[in-house]
Design a protein around this ligand. Structure first.
Ligand SMILES: [Fe+2]
Length: 497
């Protein structure tokens, strides 16, 4: 069966939410746990299961119909056309919005925060599929992919590390609790982590996956626009509009890598088939359109109340009555959450269609001295707030703001540190980084790293020590960031092996 996707970035439909035998979620977290082995290595079982996952999802991907060409010579023009179409569609979207059309993606602020949580498993391994390419640093045809990976990691600058940027975004809006999401939220992230650990075997697929991932999709542009409109910092998304650009950015590097790695004497058609399959692998699991479409405020609020009931059933006194029943009694019956919400409204504890401050239940959650203060996190409070406001027209976030419009988007870090001349030796660069990271407060992991680097004077030896710390699990840590900065300097400024 072929699933028709007219143009790669059209919203896909649920057939792609395929559940493989192994739980994506379990495997996702197993691949981010390297405590059983050396840095950068996952254990044998996770390794075997992640390979199975890739094989299964590649079968799913092969059935997805996209506009990926069968003749590679037309690839540049196909990608160019897709980019133009996205740009034109965005122009039409903006024209529509300026003419008074409603938001296309997010019905309310809670909807947007729901989206940030739903795609968190993917965004928190941003760039992971490229990790395994570091082992091939001597192959100049793969250098653009390594450069792309280093830029995903902000070249070790925490303010530009994409994973850390997304973590900060989640924390800022009380969206840290994403780990309990359904299995389908984890499939795409698990695929990216699996590619990280099987780069050697699946290199053509990896190259194709990277090509697909680094194209500019329409949904990225609209997401950034509507997040800003809802007073949510869109920086993580707008950053990718510029960094993935087709003329000089990651998209350009991705296409160059496909062309450079096409076999000159081997089986070209097999390489093209595998690159195309990797390209389609972008579409397995839940993507942005599905994450947005899956929001239902009633169901989501009921889910949150059911979660709270599990914890709160024994924590309320019997004097606290709603609709003639104690709160403990209500919470002991998670199947009655809908009735509880109705009872709260009938009793006047929740007054929908009015300002939340008019609701006693809201004040119990949000007043600093209130008995339930802190029970709902930022996302959950926003959800309840938007549900109470309903269609009152009082939603204060339904306005256009320009609060985040002027934030500067830094370019990739590609300049040598001051005083770093061409011809500087590996040992000199390591020494500079060691002295640039003051001993006081830099942590045992960083001390241990520089201990391992003593007396090393070739790039090959240094990379053997550093590479594991650039893994998806390690790079956002203090030692990972230090290792990434040193790796980036050695990669960019030392030509000898
Ligand atoms: Fe990124």
């Amino acid at each position: 069966m072929m699933y028709s996707v007219p143009g790669k970035f059209q919203p896909a439909t649920p057939p792609y939410l395929v559940r493989q035998r192994e739980s994506s979620k379990q495997l996702y977290f197993a691949m981010l746990d390297e405590r059983g082995g050396s840095a950068g290595q996952i254990d044998e079982l996770a390794n075997a299961k992640s390979r199975s996952l890739l094989l299964e999802q590649l079968v799913v991907a092969a059935e997805i119909d996209t506009d990926f060409p069968t003749d590679m010579r037309s690839l540049p023009s196909v990608l160019h056309n897709a980019h133009d179409q996205a740009a034109q569609a965005y122009r039409r979207y903006l024209d529509g919005r300026h003419a008074g059309s409603p938001r296309r993606y997010f019905s309310c602020r809670a909807h947007a925060l729901y989206f940030l949580r739903a795609v968190a498993p993917t965004k928190l391994v941003d760039g992971a599929w490229l990790y395994g390419v570091l082992a091939r640093w001597q192959d100049s045809r793969l250098a653009p992919l390594i450069q792309t990976y280093l830029e995903e990691l902000g070249c070790g600058n925490p303010a530009q590390n994409h994973v850390l940027l997304y973590r900060q975004l989640l924390a800022r809006y009380g969206c840290d609790n994403w780990q309990d999401g359904p299995d389908g939220h984890f499939t795409q992230g698990a695929v990216q982590l699996a590619l990280a650990h099987h780069a050697r075997e699946f290199l053509p697929e990896l190259i194709g996956f990277n090509l697909g991932y680094e194209q500019l999709p329409l949904h990225l542009l609209i997401t950034a626009y509507e997040l800003n409109e809802l007073d949510i910092d869109p920086y993580y998304f707008s950053l990718h509009v510029t960094i993935d650009n087709a003329s000089t950015g990651h998209a350009r590097k991705a296409l160059q890598t496909v062309l450079d790695n096409s076999p000159r004497t081997g089986d070209v058609s097999e390489f093209q088939r595998r690159v195309g399959n990797g390209f389609r692998l972008n579409l397995v699991g839940m993507g942005t359109p599905q994450a947005i479409e899956s929001f239902d405020i009633e169901q989501e609020l009921q889910r949150v109340f059911a979660d709270k009931a599990l914890i709160g059933a024994q924590l309320h006194s019997d004097y606290c009555l709603v609709g003639g029943r104690s709160v403990s009694d209500w919470l002991s019956s998670p199947g009655e959450i809908v009735d509880l919400l109705s009872a709260l409204q009938s009793a006047g504890w929740i007054r929908r269609g009015e300002s939340p401050e008019q609701s006693r239940f809201w004040r119990l959650l949000t007043d600093e001295q209130a008995p339930m203060f802190g029970v709902f996190d930022g996302y959950e409070q926003q959800l309840l707030k938007d549900w109470i406001l309903a269609d009152s027209g009082e939603n204060p976030t339904a306005r256009t703001t320009n609060r985040f419009r002027n934030r500067q988007i830094p370019g990739p870090v590609d300049e040598a540190p001051a005083g770093l001349q061409s011809g500087t030796s590996v040992a000199q660069i390591i020494a500079r980084h060691a002295s640039g990271n003051p001993k006081l407060g830099r942590g045992a992991d960083v001390d241990a790293l520089f201990q391992k680097l003593v007396r090393i004077d070739t790039k090959a030896e240094a990379f053997a020590v550093l590479t594991g710390l650039l893994s998806p699990a390690n790079h956002p840590t203090p030692a990972g960031l230090v290792a990434t900065r040193l790796y980036a300097d050695l990669f960019q400024h030392v030509t000898s092996p």
